[in-house]
Design a protein around this ligand. Structure first.
Ligand SMILES: [Zn+2]
Length: 171
């Protein structure tokens, strides 16, 4: 049983979709051979639609697996939530990643992105989001509202497992 509330969001304004539910909160986030499903690395050139935490994981998680330092990356999406590109937001020290709105939104604005999905890794291998991760995420969501770039999700990656903060109702 999960302690996390069931969260199902369907954003249907325009053609872009972002669906966190309906399994939200009922199953663990997937992510490695021991779980339901491993992220499949997708190519940026294929411009996949990123419409769920799983789709975001396919884009972002393989790009963080094996990193020895904390690194924050972002999938930049167009108005239809198709992938434009993946950028590195920041590279931290062994135990700290700096995710300021300035860093996060600079590339998004330059690329004229309508939405972003963020991800950072925990070199410890534990994907459990820290309190700081949740606070930073809320701050980024608010900043995104101000500059017109929607923050759809923030994935925390440990080893090849990941947790969706949107699925946990934290963004
Ligand atoms: Zn973290």
């Amino acid at each position: 049983m999960s302690q996390h509330p069931v969260v199902a969001r369907h954003r249907t304004a325009g053609p872009a979709r972002w669906t966190v539910g309906p399994a939200a909160g009922l199953v663990p986030d997937p992510g490695c051979a021991a779980c339901d499903r491993s992220p499949q690395q997708v190519e940026i050139a294929d411009r996949p639609e990123v419409t769920s935490p799983e789709a975001a994981a396919d884009v972002l998680v393989p790009r963080l697996v094996g990193a020895d330092r904390e690194r924050c990356i972002a999938a930049l999406l167009d108005t239809k939530h198709r992938l434009r590109t993946v950028v590195t937001v920041s590279i931290g020290s062994l135990d700290h990643t700096f995710m300021s709105p300035r860093e996060v939104f600079r590339d998004a604005l330059l690329a004229n992105a309508a939405a972003v999905v963020l991800a950072h890794n925990h070199p410890s291998g534990d994907p459990e989001p820290s309190r700081d991760d949740e606070l930073v995420t809320r701050r980024l969501v608010r900043a995104g509202e101000l500059v017109g770039v929607e923050v759809l999700d923030h994935l925390v990656v440990g080893g090849c497992r990941w947790v969706s903060l949107a699925r946990r109702g934290r963004c």
